[in-house]
Design a protein around this ligand. Structure first.
Ligand code: COA
Length: 376
């Protein structure tokens, strides 16, 4: 831990809040949401069930899930004004900036916008989860000069996302893989973007404002932006035979390899292990094995030489690419997954709030005499 005179650089190891959401065992490489191992959730649950679990504490019964699913479906459409706002953006606008704008605009339309009560926040968490998924797909279509695909009323969350992206009903195999990946991204304890959302909420600002901040934080390449960077790396490598030469050059240039390393997991990121299997299947199904093979070889070379572990963003890249998600939508898709966890943390923060206000270690000059402008 980088600690100097009370300063803990990067807040490494600092426990900033109590949370009943995510049990992250970094040394053992294990992860559970509210006690349920993520491997079980990814294999057997849907994103809707996981969102319910995170927000309400227990998995839903069939009747509860039916009612909850219907509420999520009803919340999918966007205000026309947001679609018009997407049309005003430059065609080259970064989809993450468009998503930040979307979260802010949705706040201006939300009937509970400034109500920080638990019930209002549960309603907002649900609306944001449905609406941000629609926003990612609608902005993408509009930037391609295509009409947004209205959300389906009969598809689940993951299937509807893929449908709104392409206008075609997705295969069951792709839906299952995508749903599992959204589950694996849904929550991850006190990562940088979740912490950001909690800091914002701790001032008693509102949920939409906190989410706008979270989107800004997750966008960076050291956080959610790493997935997109992984795919760009694989494309730069181009073919399996080039991996060795690429890695040698990268090491010589002391290049940071995206999708490797983690602040908390030292032995391995359990999400990566599950995503590896999903990526292998998806790449094979779509006839794009080369991305998976390249990723595995890259992992083996880097791990052998430096001991670096692949993190969640490493195998999600070939997985999403092979099911047809555009590379610059990888981070927005991560937001579409993480929104359930952010909002669950916000529910916790508002229920037991204390302003988050750390200190800085002053390193500037000592006290000195002010010199008037004309004497400087
Ligand atoms: C995630 C990450 C920021 C966590 O790092 P951290 O706990 O702050 O650790 P540091 O950045 O201090 O790195 C510690 C050491 O490991 C090395 N390292 C860590 N991740 C590395 C990577 N991806 N590529 C190359 N070297 C890496 C650093 O160079 C450093 O080496 P040094 O001590 O010889 O200087 C870091 O691993 C990283 O930048 N990964 C790539 C981005 C990424 O995939 N992010 C998604 C995370 S889910």
């Amino acid at each position: 831990m980088a600690e100097q005179g009370g300063l803990i650089k990067g807040l490494e190891g600092v426990v900033a809040a109590a949370t009943a959401l995510c049990d992250l065992d970094g040394a053992g490489g294990r992860l559970a949401y509210r006690g349920y191992d993520i491997a079980d959730l990814a294999r057997q649950a849907t994103y809707e069930e996981v969102a319910y679990l995170l927000w309400r504490g227990e998995l839903p019964t069939r009747a509860q899930l039916d009612g909850f699913g219907a509420e999520l479906v009803a919340a999918r459409p966007l205000p026309d004004a947001l679609l018009s706002a997407f049309r005003l953006l430059p065609k080259k606008a970064d989809p993450m900036r468009a998503l930040q704008m979307a979260a802010a605009v949705l706040g201006t339309f939300d009937p509970d916008a400034t109500d920080n009560s638990q019930e209002a926040n549960l309603r907002k968490a649900l609306r944001l989860t449905s609406q941000l998924a629609t926003a990612v797909c609608s902005h993408h279509r509009i930037r391609l000069d295509k009409e947004p695909v209205p959300p389906s009323k009969d598809l689940g969350h993951a299937a509807n996302f893929l449908f709104m992206l392409t206008g075609e009903r997705p295969s069951a195999v792709n839906v299952r893989a995508f749903d599992a990946s959204l589950i694996l991204y849904a929550e991850h304890e006190m990562n940088a973007s979740t912490f950001t959302t909690r800091v914002i909420a701790s001032t008693l600002s509102d949920m939409h404002s906190a989410v706008v901040g979270g989107i800004g934080a997750i966008k960076g390449p050291l956080h959610g932006g790493a997935g997109e960077a992984v795919m760009l790396t694989l494309k730069e490598i181009g073919k399996v035979e080039n991996v060795d030469a690429f890695v040698e050059k990268a090491f010589a240039e002391k290049r940071r390899l995206m999708g490797f390393g983690h602040r908390v997991y030292r032995a391995g990121d359990p999400r990566a292990a599950i995503l590896r299997g999903l990526a292998e299947d998806a790449c094979r199904q779509s006839g794009q094995q080369m991305w998976f093979e390249m990723a595995v070889k890259l992992f083996e070379r880097v791990n052998r030489a430096k001991g670096l572990i692949p993190n969640v963003d490493f195998y999600s890249a070939p997985l999403w690419y092979s099911i047809g998600i555009p590379v610059d939508l990888f981070t927005p898709v991560i937001v579409a997954g993480r929104i359930a966890g952010w909002t669950a943390h916000l529910l916790e923060q508002y229920q037991d709030n204390r302003l988050i206000r750390p200190r800085g270690q002053y390193t500037g000059p000592g006290r000195r005499q002010f010199v008037p402008l004309e004497k400087r």
